[in-house]
Ligand binder design. Structure first.
Ligand SMILES: [Zn+2]
Length: 274
């Protein structure tokens, strides 16, 4: 059996504003008029990671990179991996292949130019690479992405693909490696625990036991965070009951959970794993 504290886990961050949620119906122009908080929020996360000398992959939204190029510089300067989270947080399965290719290709070129480094990783907004949009993996491989981290092996609100392999694996559709966010198997059912609302809802002791269980089998946990989860003064956005719950529920527990995670486990970026 592997010593669970020897396994290096993977930390990932989706760099976006809270108002990029897919249940907010705002145009790009409307979003530009809102004042952003992502720079300060990301700074907080970077400080926590740096304090514990932990690594991470930052999936940056193209729209955020275009508005705050210095945020991209900050990620690179602090030696974190720079990766892409799409451009305008559009769901992949709602796009046509040619439109997806054009948008992602432009965003990749822009992010590489700002960051001064090659971008090899992609994560779709809201786990929107599903059975309906697996063609996207081939398009990503053709664009030079080496890995994708968009397929959540569970069914959630806007995406996820329950029967997808929950371990790091090479896809059959294209020459690309899949890095799925971790799920836990409870009585034969995949349950997400490793980020977003799940990480906020579940008690820390449960999250820790899930990671230990994976690590004991020699497997890495893949955690995902959002900078806005580090913001206890997050402005109230005009959302329905469901959206409000998904955005604000237990948000003030995240900082403490992240600090504890960074204390209890080792984390590296996806690039370091590959
Ligand atoms: Zn996102």
């Amino acid at each position: 059996m592997v010593q669970s504290n020897q396994v290096k886990n993977i930390m990932t961050v989706d760099v976006e504003e809270a108002f990029h949620r897919n249940d907010m119906v705002l145009s790009a122009k409307q979003r530009l008029r809102l004042s952003g908080r992502v720079v300060e929020q990301t700074q907080r996360l970077i400080s926590l990671l740096r304090a514990k000398q932990q690594g991470a992959t930052f999936f940056v939204l193209g729209e955020v990179a275009a508005r705050y190029p210095d945020l991209v510089h900050m990620i690179v300067k602090n030696k974190f991996e720079l990766a892409l989270h799409g451009y305008g947080h559009r769901l992949v399965y709602e796009q046509k292949e040619h439109a997806f290719r054009r948008e992602i290709s432009r965003a990749k070129t822009m992010l590489e130019k700002i960051g001064g480094m090659k971008v090899i990783g992609f994560r779709a907004p809201s786990w929107s690479i599903t059975a309906k949009s697996l063609w996207a993996l081939r398009v990503l491989a053709e664009m030079g992405f080496k890995y994708d981290s968009s397929i959540l092996p569970a069914k959630v609100n806007l995406g996820g693909m329950y029967y997808s392999n929950p371990l790091i694996h090479r896809r059959l559709e294209a020459d690309i490696i899949e890095i799925p966010p971790s799920v836990v198997n409870v009585w034969g059912i995949h349950l997400p625990f490793s980020g977003g609302l799940y990480l906020r809802m579940l008690p820390y002791a449960f999250i820790r036991s899930c990671i230990r269980k994976l690590n004991k089998k020699g497997m890495r946990a893949v955690i995902y965070l959002h900078p806005w989860e580090m913001d206890s003064d997050l402005p109230r956005l005009p959302l329905g009951i469901k959206g409000r719950f998904a955005l604000y529920h237990n948000i003030n527990t995240v900082r403490r959970k992240v600090e504890q995670l960074l204390k209890d486990f080792s984390f590296i970026s996806i690039r370091e794993v590959l």
